[in-house]
Ligand binder design. Structure first.
Ligand code: SF4
Length: 134
């Protein structure tokens, strides 16, 4: 991950990738909460919010599951990513997450978010090759 320290030596600000949420597009469905292993996103007053930018690693794993296109990654000045704090966040599981083809859940398969025929879906690594190669 590229980090550019800005400001005076010892500054706590860096320029890096972080998630940006377009509240006008967000419908509050909550699909982006559990994919964020760092616990950076919560639904507050019906909208997705980044509760703390130090928890967002900017990898954008949440983007693929958003049905409305409300999530993007932007590079800007913010606080550094705090890996220790992110790893200590409680893991949020979602029993509705499952491969759209074989229906295996996150405890039975490795799942990836993807777009398919206009829908945001999960696919497991066993079903993905069949989708790619037909
Ligand atoms: S997945 Fe998209 S629409 Fe749903 S809560 Fe998250 S940002 Fe909002």
């Amino acid at each position: 991950m590229e980090l550019n320290v800005v400001g005076k030596p010892g500054s706590t600000k860096v320029v890096r990738n972080v998630i940006k949420i377009d509240e006008k597009k967000c419908n509050g469905c909550g699909k982006c909460v559990s994919p964020c292993a760092e616990g950076a996103i919560r639904i507050i007053n019906g909208k997705a919010k980044v509760v703390s930018e130090e928890l967002c690693d900017g990898m954008g794993f949440c983007i693929g599951v958003c049905p409305t296109g409300a999530l993007t990654v932007e590079k800007r000045e913010t606080v550094p990513f705090n890996e220790e704090k992110a790893m200590s966040q409680p893991k949020i599981t979602d029993s509705t997450i499952a491969c759209y083809k074989c229906k295996k859940g996150e405890y039975d398969a490795y799942l990836l978010p993807m777009r398919h025929q206009g829908e945001s879906v999960w696919v497991c690594t066993r079903c993905l090759p069949a989708l790619i190669h037909g």
